[in-house]
Write a protein that binds this ligand. Structure first.
Ligand code: C2E
Ligand code: CA
Ligand code: CA
Length: 590
């Protein structure tokens, strides 16, 4: 009996529910049937849209929502009108969060028929759900009714793509595109107090290391750098790090207090890489150079980058492990460089460049055997300008080719003049830049000059630097071989300041090693330098080369260097570089 009662009750309930549903669906169908056809087509179009569309009335009750909206506001039971109460919209850029009511109020306050558009909005707490939000309002003027239309476009895919676009694939650090974007954002913030610094960091001697260690090991070094930078970023909330390309990294430091702070960041990074490298049992010396530019002093995006890269290049020229803060803005530097370039062109025409001679002595009997030719610019207004000021500009602009041609011609002219004096054999050393060596008619011009001034073998020597010799080994090697065939010696200048491959020493037919004056000038007080110099001399001799010590400033240096077996001596202890007539006097009276 009881069972029959339950069945009857259930049947009754299903009848009631079924009837209600039927009535509702009829009502809905009737309502829909009353709508014009094109509106129904519009509804289909809205359903097809991947963007979420929601229409709400003034009380935020949903009048319409398409399927795509379900993921944001849920599925309202069919035909029921739901009120959006809890949805919050977070704006990470402005660090604020608003409810729908506030957002609609904000939109209406504008009293504009244009939609309000918000990019990169987070819905609720889901960090991943980034949307583009558009709000438009339809006003039914006669009835005084408002309908707000919300459009939400999923941006998470675009965001992921953008993230990929912003990441260096080797290290996963932010890349140059992200860096450019971040710098632009910072410079766009109006406040002038918004100071920040860019630090460009580059691994020293990367191509040398790559040739020694290979690509795989280089990748390990790059990963090591990236890890050290990540650590640095973790410990310094105002620092962002970037991997721009291959061995080139960048730090963006907001609100730096002073230069020391920047230097210490650089030192910490370098030390961290070096220590990890050593801990892995590796012996190769890893060091970095850095260039810094500062906003607003060095301008905005490109000018800041150019200044930092310029400072980096200066640092690299000074040696390894150096850090330089850009002095002037890039534009100022370019202006100055262009001005100096046109001054050099004028000076060449007006013959303002003069050859000076620094005597070189035999370490054994201390006889004068020759001189190094050093250039001086006798400027009509500024007095004597040293080569460190104009040679780098001449090298960058290519004018060095013309200057070099002039120096060689003059040196040979003097040499041929002194040859008429009946003196012991004399040899002049001329500094040679890579650009000169690379110029196509270098050899033919040199041959013609040797012929013109009747210069014999062993009277001329070229000094090249280790740095120069490393850039394009094949071309350098070929040219040097031709030079050697003309009976001209090659000295490797500034030996010990860069990385030189021992193979190159032999391949380049180097005849003389010139120990850099950095090791020589403090020789008597610096035990380390004594060990290094003595080893360099032995190395040179074991390869069948002669060794010159330059920068000899004291009697103690002379005694030490002689005891180490050095072949030739040059430095202020004997003589500074002197003009032609003075040197001529020395030649004839020594
Ligand atoms: P460098 O080839 O290393 O020239 C030696 C430099 O050491 C010279 O500087 C010389 O004056 C300086 N020096 C020599 N003995 C001593 C010493 O005992 N103590 C100290 N403190 N310094 C000493 P300078 O004349 O200023 O030349 C600087 C650089 O400019 C040269 O370095 C060379 O690289 C470049 N240079 C000079 N003339 C020419 C040139 O005609 N062509 C090219 N390509 N470069 C040149
Ligand atoms: Ca030299
Ligand atoms: Ca030198």
């Amino acid at each position: 009996m009881i069972e029959t009662g339950v069945v009857v009750l259930l049947l009754f309930f299903s009848l009631v529910v079924g009837a209600t549903l039927l009535i509702k669906s009829r009502q809905k169908k009737r309502a829909k049937a009353n709508l014009p056809q094109w509106i129904r087509a519009l509804e289909t179009a809205c359903e097809l849209s991947k963007d979420a569309l929601v229409v709400v009335d003034r009380s935020r009750t949903v009048l319409y929502s398409n399927t795509a909206a379900a993921r944001y506001i849920g599925n309202g039971s069919d035909g029921e009108r739901k009120k959006i109460e809890t949805l919050t919209f977070n704006f990470p850029e402005e660090e604020k969060s608003l409810g729908l009511e506030q957002l609609l109020h904000q939109h209406r306050l504008k009293r504009s028929s244009e939609p309000s558009i918000y990019n990169d909005v987070i819905l609720g707490n889901d960090e991943e759900s980034r949307v583009l939000l558009e709000i438009g309002t339809y006003r039914e003027e006669e009835k005084g009714l408002y309908y707000d239309v919300l459009l939400l476009r999923d941006q998470s895919c675009e965001r992921k793509l953008l993230q990929l676009h912003h990441v260096n694939p080797t290290t996963g650090l932010s890349n140059q595109f992200k860096a450019f974007g971040d710098i632009t954002k910072l410079t766009a913030q109006e406040s002038r107090r918004n100071r920040f610094a860019l630090m460009m960091i580059e691994l020293d001697n990367a191509s040398y290391l790559r040739s020694m260690l290979g690509y795989a090991e280089m990748d390990n070094i790059i990963t090591l750098c990236a890890n050290a930078l990540r650590e640095l970023e973790k410990n310094h909330p105002l620092v962002s790090v970037y991997h721009l390309n291959y061995v080139n990294f960048m730090l963006l430091i907001r609100g730096p207090q002073n230069q020391d702070e920047l230097y210490s960041l650089f030192r910490n990074f370098q030390l961290s890489v070096q220590e990890t490298w050593k801990m892995r049992g590796k012996n190769e010396a890893l060091s970095f150079s850095a260039g810094i530019s500062v906003y607003p002093r060095h301008g905005t995006l490109y000018s800041l980058l150019n200044s930092a890269y310029g400072a980096l290049a200066d640092a690299q020229q000074r040696g390894t492990g150096q850090i330089v803060v850009a002095g002037e803005s890039f534009e100022q530097q370019v202006d100055r460089e262009l001005q100096l370039k046109s001054e050099i062109e004028r000076a060449l025409e007006d013959q303002e460049f003069h050859l000076y001679f620094q005597p070189i002595y035999d370490a054994g009997d201390q006889s004068l055997i020759g001189a190094e030719v050093l250039l001086r610019w006798h400027h009509p207004e500024r007095g004597i300008i040293m080569p460190d000021v104009f040679i780098p500009v001449a090298e960058r602009s290519g004018l060095i080719v013309e200057i070099g041609r002039y120096v060689i011609a003059r040196a040979l002219q003097h040499l041929s003049h002194w040859n008429t004096f009946d003196l012991p054999p004399l040899r002049l050393s001329v500094n040679l830049s890579l650009r000169e060596l690379e110029s196509p008619d270098f050899i033919s011009n040199l041959t013609a000059l040797l012929y013109k001034y009747d210069i014999g073998r062993c009277e001329l020597k070229f000094e090249i630097t280790e740095h120069t010799s490393m850039i394009n080994p094949e071309l350098t090697q070929a040219r040097l071989r031709e030079i050697r065939q003309l009976g001209i010696g090659i000295a490797l200048d500034d030996f010990g300041t860069g990385y030189s491959s021992f193979a190159h020493l032999v391949e380049f037919s180097i005849e003389t090693l010139k120990i850099d004056r950095g090791f020589v000038t403090d020789l008597s007080e610096n035990l380390n330098h004594q060990h290094i110099v003595s080893t360099m001399i032995k190395l040179g001799h074991s390869l069948g080369m002669k060794v010159v010590a330059e920068g000899v400033e004291s009697r103690e240096d002379v005694i030490l260097l002689r005891s180490m077996g050095v072949d030739y001596l040059q430095g202020f202890y004997f003589s500074r570089p002197i003009p032609k007539l003075e040197f001529q006097y020395l030649l004839t009276h020594s």
